[in-house]
Design a protein around this ligand. Structure first.
Ligand SMILES: NC(=O)c1ccc[n+]([C@@H]2O[C@H](COP(=O)([O-])OP(=O)(O)OC[C@H]3O[C@@H](n4cnc5c(N)ncnc54)[C@H](OP(=O)(O)O)[C@@H]3O)[C@@H](O)[C@H]2O)c1
Length: 322
């Protein structure tokens, strides 16, 4: 499936006035409107969140290990995000480990009503920082409980089962999924999500239970998850691309992003993010940063409007399928 196809298939979500009261959202809690509201809202299972959120992984030390370089700024970034209307924060117990969850708790607890904290399970860190699998059914359950404790909550908006290998879906995947389903049935989480998955995983999971979100690597420079995104669009499942800014791949210094940004009065990072917002209404942004300067820039991507020339230039510079 090509990017052009996805763009043509772009659908604007009707915000469904009649059903709003069934969702948990800042939208009903507060009459305040935020600049990021212009990018709209999307469901996250029983939640309804703003499409521009925040990924907290960058707040820990280098290589997502240990304490932050600037702890006070990390706390200020989190508070600034929520003050700007962010109501969807992505995290994991293995970020740090514990460091990011503890920062979130210190900065934001007691949490404002309508703040959806989404975590992921499937990995742990050893004392040297190596990332190890922690994805047997009982380990996943233990990790969910650890997230609840560290974040200081009884329940999380959603937890993603983060697959740690490229294995095809089978009995092991089913057992992992069942562990999260049990946690949902017991009220520890509102929704089950999946991360780093194939379309086959998603289809198999959907045969067994509801899936509220998918979190796969996806950005202008890496669109290999386009088929998974398409499936999420078809089923109206939230899709939160990780590495939306391309992380280390040099996306932010690409000349076409600079040229497009120059023409539309936006930064390259904002073009990368607005491309995602423009692509499909179920895409939720969770860009990560350690600074309030970049946070403000990323949140302001909600107001950047791509035109047809920008879409065409980006499609030509970043062919789909890679
Ligand atoms: N499910 C998974 O397996 C998985 C994997 C990775 C990440 N995630 C989640 O996805 C979130 C997003 O991924 P990410 O944070 O790694 O990658 P990203 O959002 O693509 O990029 C983050 C990098 O971009 C820089 N940056 C941020 N805003 C910028 C701006 N406006 N201008 C220039 N540079 C900017 C950051 O540096 P500064 O700090 O200097 O701004 C950081 O180095 C994570 O925070 C995490 O919550 C999930």
């Amino acid at each position: 499936m090509s990017t052009a196809f996805l763009i043509l298939e772009r659908v604007r979500l009707d915000l469904g006035i009649g059903s709003q009261n069934t969702f948990r959202s800042n939208e009903q809690e507060s009459a305040v409107t935020y600049t990021i509201d212009v990018a709209g809202f999307h469901t996250l299972g029983p939640w309804r969140v703003r499409r521009v959120g925040y990924g907290a992984m960058q707040l820990s030390g280098d290589n997502v290990f240990g304490p932050p370089r600037d702890r006070d700024e990390a706390l200020r970034v989190l508070r600034a995000a929520v003050d700007a209307g962010v109501d969807h924060i992505d995290t994991a117990q293995f970020y740090g480990p514990r460091v990011v969850n503890e920062l979130i708790r210190e900065a934001l607890h007691p949490y404002p009503a309508g703040l959806a904290i989404v975590s992921k399970v499937g990995a742990r860190r050893d004392t040297a920082g190596a990332v190890l699998r922690f994805d047997d059914a009982d380990q996943l359950r233990y990790d969910i409980e650890q997230n609840l404790t560290t974040l200081g909550v009884d329940r999380l908006a959603a937890v993603n089962l983060r697959l740690m290998d490229d294995s095809v879906p089978g009995a092991r995947f089913d057992a992992q999924l069942a562990s999260l389903v049990r946690a949902r049935e017991e009220g520890l989480i509102d929704g089950v999500g999946l991360s780093n998955i194939s379309a086959d995983h998603l289809l198999r999971a959907l045969d067994q239970t509801g899936i509220v979100c998918v979190q796969n690597l996806f950005n202008l420079a890496d669109q290999r998850s386009a088929a998974v995104l398409k499936l999420c669009i078809d089923r109206d499942i939230a899709f939160a691309p990780f590495f939306p800014l391309g992380q280390w791949r040099g996306l932010r210094s690409h000349p076409v992003l600079a040229a497009t940004g120059g023409r539309l009065h936006a930064t390259p990072a904002q073009i990368a993010l607005s491309w995602l917002l423009d692509l499909a209404p179920n895409i939720l942004l969770i860009p990560g940063t350690r600074t309030r300067t970049h946070l403000a820039e990323n949140l302001a991507s909600a107001s950047v409007e791509l035109d047809d020339a920008a879409r065409a230039d980006l499609a030509a510079a970043f062919p789909a399928g890679r």
